[in-house]
Structures are given as structure tokens and as C-alpha cells.
Write a protein that binds this ligand. Structure first.
Ligand code: ZN
Length: 257
């Protein structure tokens, strides 16, 4: 044990010259009881190695933060997927399921929208760029095709050095190689489950304006029946497939590699 009373000399020193400040500083900085810092004893070893050579575990990597953006919302309903099924509702319901599945795997998750809210692509990009997530994940739904499509941005040029300034339409350029690498890893992980998956590049907003690793996932029915998109069972199955794939690249998200 050792005493941790570093605040006292400062209070005393000021008290010599300014008594009123002395009182204030003591009240603010000196605890009623001396603060005791307990120094844990090093684990017993049989090697007799000096304390300075005791291995110190590295600090834990920060938990990756996934920002899920349920596309569309409010008066912008997206595709009409059925008589009572709008894309904006499917994307939000799926985003919530995926959040739960990712959190149960120890990842931090935020939803860019968690209600039926209208947001422009520019607003989504601003929110994402301020959040600085480990991975930005935009969710769409479609009646076309089968399974899931995983998109990364398609950019032409825009990588020129502009100093501290980033062109809005090509802000993804600095993260593009990482986005495509994560896209390929997620695609490979989903392929192992034999769930239909395709990997594509597209000039898709707001991907081009995101400064973090960014991909979009478009969910289609597996059976050809578009009504499947709105069912809890299908959404839960796709969510589990994607959550397992994302959980599999956790170490890469932690290290930013
Ligand atoms: Zn869409």
C-alpha cells in the first residue's frame, strides 16, 4: 500500500500566499480521508524473475462499433415489396434484428435511424462520419434476385492528395481498399453457409461519402416469394448469417487492418 496524497502539497503551497484559495483548494482537492491506493502484489512465481520482467498483458483492443443504417424512411418509402410491405419498414426491422445479433456477439452497435424518420443521403453521411464507426453498414431490401448482395463503393479517381480537405463525392477513397477487403471477407464467410450471396461494386450513396470502411447489404428473398422479406423467420435467419460473418472479422475491425 502507499498513500496517495499528491493534492496536499499543492493546497499547502497556495495556502502560503492566498489563504482564501487555500481553503477552497483543500475542499476541492483533499478528500476527507486519505485516499489509499492498493498496489496489487505480483503473482507468485517459481522462477524468481525480477518484477521488471513480469509479462504485462497488452491493453484490450477497443470493441468495434458497427453503425447500421436502415435505408429509406419517413416519406421516402423505398421499393414497394408487397401490398403492405414497404422497403423502409423491412430495412428498419432487419436493422434491429441485426443489432441484437451483433450485440449478443460482443460488438457495439448503433442504429443510424431507429424510427420511421426521413433522412437524406447527405445527412446519413454526416452522421456516419461524425460517429467514426469501425464499419458502416447500409441495409436495403429488394424483390429482385436471391439471398444477399454485398456492395462496396465504386469510385473513379478522387484519391488525389488534397491536404486536409476531402471531396464529398469521393470521401470513401481513403477507406475504399479496406471496405473492399471487408466486403470480400464477409462474402466468403456467407458463401460457407451456402446462403446465396453476391459481391458487387456500385456508385451507391451514401457509400461514396463515408470516410470509414463502408459496405451496403441488399436483402432479397431466398425462395422467390417476396413476402418472405417481411417474415420474422427469414429476417432472423439472414441476420444470424450476417452476424456470424461480421463476428468472424472482429479482429480486423479491432485493429483497423
Ligand atoms: Zn433501397
Amino acid at each position: 500500500m502507499r498513500w496517495n496524497n499528491r493534492a496536499r502539497p499543492l493546497g499547502c503551497l497556495l495556502g502560503v500566499f492566498i489563504p482564501q484559495v487555500f481553503i477552497l483548494m483543500v475542499c476541492l482537492r483533499t478528500p476527507a480521508e486519505p485516499q489509499i491506493t492498493t498496489v496489487p502484489s505480483p503473482p507468485a512465481t517459481t522462477s524468481g524473475a525480477p518484477e521488471s520482467q513480469t509479462p504485462v498483458p497488452p491493453p484490450a483492443a477497443p470493441t468495434p462499433v458497427i453503425l447500421i443504417d436502415a435505408a429509406h424512411g419517413g416519406t421516402e418509402s423505398g421499393a414497394v415489396l408487397g401490398p403492405d410491405t414497404l422497403e423502409k419498414d423491412v430495412t428498419l426491422a432487419f436493422a434491429r434484428r441485426l443489432r441484437q445479433d451483433l450485440m449478443s456477439r460482443g460488438l457495439q452497435v448503433r442504429l443510424l435511424r431507429d424510427s420511421d424518420t426521413l433522412l437524406s443521403t447527405e445527412q446519413r453521411a454526416v452522421i456516419a462520419n461524425v460517429s467514426r464507426p469501425s464499419l458502416y453498414l447500409c441495409i436495403h431490401a429488394t424483390s429482385q434476385g436471391s439471398g444477399v448482395r454485398i456492395y462496396a463503393a465504386m469510385l473513379s479517381g478522387g484519391s488525389a492528395d488534397r491536404g486536409p480537405f476531402v471531396a464529398w463525392q469521393t470521401a470513401q477513397a481513403s477507406s475504399l481498399s479496406r471496405s473492399r477487403s471487408l466486403q470480400q471477407q464477409l462474402t466468403a464467410a456467407v458463401q460457407k453457409t451456402r446462403f446465396p450471396v453476391r459481391s458487387l461494386l456500385a456508385p451507391l450513396q451514401p457509400l461514396n461519402s463515408i470516410t470509414a470502411p463502408a459496405i451496403a447489404i441488399e436483402i432479397a428473398p431466398a425462395s422467390g416469394e417476396v413476402s418472405q422479406l417481411a417474415t420474422a423467420d427469414y429476417q432472423q435467419m439472414v441476420s444470424a448469417v450476417l452476424a456470424n460473418a461480421i463476428g468472424g472479422i472482429r479482429s480486423r475491425l479491432e485493429t483497423g487492418q
